[in-house]
Write a new protein. Structure first.
Length: 225
């Protein structure tokens, strides 16, 4: 008898961050060249620095000289994001990456059940992890589930490959083990806003070796093309 799989969306919503991120995602998907030529350099330069407002404003001032058409709307949205406080700024960096990918994820997996920021339950038991330090993980960023084929795609989205930290990878390993035990057909995808070679190199430098038969490394630029 097959296991029962259900999913529960768990991520907390932040209306202001979600609104700005969604606007930026729409503009990027309309003019994809600005992902590589504007948004990625902007996010790399600002990072999580306490001086993100100052650094970001200088970046925008320099870039604005060469922006045309709807790209000026992108500039306005980015400047709106720079008004966020530090806590919301950190949330924004991850959220805007997720919003850009979600539209393509929906397109690729149309006809299946889609969940964002969701926990996976096997036989009504949630797959969750608590680290030695007390940190908790119980969700992945995007899930596609085809109950007829008993097949799922589980995607984790990070702007920087370095963000695939120990607890994230430990959780994905637990998810892998639990789905395998439940005899689910599945693929776990790790997507970042860098090229695949760079992502693999960074993971390797962190001492992380992934089984490529289970884990698939994806580049956001190629994914949304």
């Amino acid at each position: 008898m097959k296991a029962s799989l259900t999913f529960k969306e768990m991520d907390w919503e932040n209306q202001k961050v979600d609104s700005i991120s969604t606007k930026i995602a729409i503009l990027i998907l309309e003019q994809k060249m600005y992902l590589k030529n504007y948004l990625i350099p902007f996010l790399r330069m600002t990072g999580n620095s306490p001086k993100y407002k100052e650094i970001g404003s200088k970046f925008c001032d320099r870039a604005k000289k060469s922006l045309l058409g709807k790209a000026t709307e992108l500039d306005s949205c980015i400047r709106e994001a720079l008004k966020l406080d530090m806590e919301d700024w950190k949330k924004f960096r991850g959220t805007v990456a997720e919003k850009i990918v979600e539209t393509k994820f929906l397109e690729i997996h149309q006809g299946t059940c889609i969940y964002f920021g969701a926990a996976t339950l096997v036989n009504k038991e949630k797959i969750k992890l608590v680290s030695k330090e007390g940190r908790r993980r119980q969700t992945v960023d995007a899930i596609s589930w085809d109950s007829d084929e008993f097949y799922g795609v589980f995607m984790e989205i990070k702007f920087k490959p370095e963000a695939f930290d120990e607890i994230t990878l430990d959780y994905l390993a637990l998810l892998n083990q639990s789905l395998t035990t439940a005899q689910v057909n599945f693929e776990i995808q790790l997507l970042s806003f860098d090229d695949v070679v760079a992502i693999l190199s960074i993971l390797k430098n962190q001492g992380i070796e992934l089984d490529e038969t289970t884990y698939k490394i994806l580049s956001a630029q190629e994914y949304i093309a």
